[in-house]
Structure formats: C-alpha cells, structure tokens
Design a protein around this ligand. Structure first.
Ligand SMILES: C[S@@+](CC[C@H](N)C(=O)[O-])C[C@H]1O[C@@H](n2cnc3c(N)ncnc32)[C@H](O)[C@@H]1O
Length: 230
C-alpha cells in the first residue's frame, strides 16, 4: 500500500506555535521534506529541528531565489519524483511548510503534482497573516469588512489598483519589493496607517511604521498590514 503525503504547517517561526497535531504526525514519519534556499538552512526545518530524529530521511527541496518560474518548477518536478518514490514504497512523507501549507505555501507545488496519485492529508498551521496582526495589534477584519491579500511581487500598477479598492490589506513577499510598495502606499495616502512586520514571533521580530523602515534591509519574511480607512 502506498504511503500518505502530509502537508505540515509549522507556523510563523516560534516553535511554541507549532500545533500538537503537527508534532504528533511528524514523530511517526520516516521521511521529512522541506523547502530550503540554494545554500543554507531551511526556515521551516529550523522551527521543528529539535523534534526531528536522526533516523528520519530528510529531503531538502532547494528552490532557487530567482523571479524566473522555470528553474523552481524543475526543482519541484524532481522533488515530486523523489517523494513519489518513497510513497510508492509505502513510506509516509511529511512536507514541512512555513505558516500554513495552502496559503501561498511551497507545499502547493508538491500537492498539485502528487495529489492525483496519492493520499494527501494537510495539517493547517498558523499563518504569517495571523502572527503579524497579533504582533502589530491590528484587527484584520470585523463585521462585514473585506480583507485583501496581495503579493508585493505584482506589477506596480496592479498593486495600486488592488490597494486602492482595499479596506484592510496585507502585502506579503515584501523583500526587495519594499520600495515599490511604499511608493504605491504614499501615492494612495495610506502609508501613515500601515505597519511593517518583520520576523513575526521570532526574537528578531520588528514592528515599524513604514517611514521607519530601511528599504535596503527588508528580509523576505516580512509583510505590511494596511489599516482600513476611517
Ligand atoms: C511564500 S509566503 C508563505 C506564507 C505562509 N505559508 C503563511 O501561511 O504565512 C512567504 C511570505 O509570508 C510572509 N511571512 C512568513 N512568515 C513571516 C513572519 N514570521 N513574519 C513576517 N512575514 C512572514 C512574508 O511576507 C513572506 O514573504
């Protein structure tokens, strides 16, 4: 019988925010995969590192940090083949995912490739959105309000159009796109009521007004929350 593919949401970074269910599933897994940069450590793995066992087979899915889509797709193709090999051999495989697996998670890449053939179970995680709202003390949505989520990777004109229509908004995948997002928020007159959150729930967490952010040192694990207009 084939193994099961688990998508495991490990939360925003603080190991105390990993759910009991993720820890229980993780303990029983013979194979654990996770996304990692070209070089260096995996953020998702670091969150649960103390819970991994030396007998578990680990698969680092090394995704190149390039805007081009093709290289990453080739990496996911190869990872899916490797994971499928374990599943076919009857071994369960867990794919660790920062935050929640199905919210902009790289797990979706593996999920879409293997879901037609294998049993898949997704264990949700606390998303960066919830962690950043808690860190900034900003309500995301109440009553009949609409929350808009946009990736900062969108072209400037599209970002502006989306944010112009938005009540409360969250802008993810900030990193090197910070300057572009700031220009848009300034034009829309919404920078003053926005909050920048970096490394939410980690010791390095920062919550800052947009004007106080150094655009040259914005990491990938940061987002902006834009408050609803009065
Ligand atoms: C590819 S998305 C993954 C989202 C993730 N699956 C989730 O549920 O939060 C990565 C983006 O999430 C945001 N992010 C993730 N963790 C964060 C953290 N601890 N603090 C601030 N932003 C974070 C950043 O905007 C980052 O660029």
């Amino acid at each position: 019988m084939s193994g099961t593919l688990y998508g495991l949401g490990v939360g925003p970074g603080d190991p105390e925010l990993v759910t009991m269910k993720v820890l229980r599933v993780l303990r029983g897994l013979p194979v654990v995969a996770y996304p990692a940069p070209d070089e260096g450590a995996s953020f998702a793995r670091s969150v649960v590192a103390s819970r991994l066992s030396p007998v578990q087979i680990e698969i680092a899915i090394r995704v190149p940090m390039t805007p081009a889509v093709a290289p990453a797709q080739a990496v996911y193709d190869r990872a899916a083949v490797e994971i499928a090999g374990h599943l076919e051999a009857g071994r369960d495989v867990g794919v660790l995912c920062q935050g929640d697996p199905l919210f902009y998670g790289s797990f979706i890449q593996i999920f879409e490739r293997l879901m037609p053939q294998f049993r898949v179970e997704v264990v949700p995680g606390i998303s960066s959105l919830m962690a950043c709202a808690a860190a900034a003390g900003l309500p995301l949505a109440t009553r009949d309000a609409v929350l808009t989520v946009v990736p900062a990777t969108l072209p400037e004109a599209i970002l502006e159009k989306r944010l112009k229509q938005a009540e409360t908004a969250a802008i993810l995948k900030l990193g090197r796109h910070f300057r572009k997002v700031k220009r848009v928020l300034d034009r829309l007159g919404r920078a003053e009521r926005a909050r920048y959150v970096e490394h939410a729930t980690l010791a390095s967490q920062k919550v800052l007004p947009i004007a106080a952010v150094d655009p040259g040192s914005v990491p990938y694990f940061s987002l902006i929350l834009v408050c609803a207009r009065d």
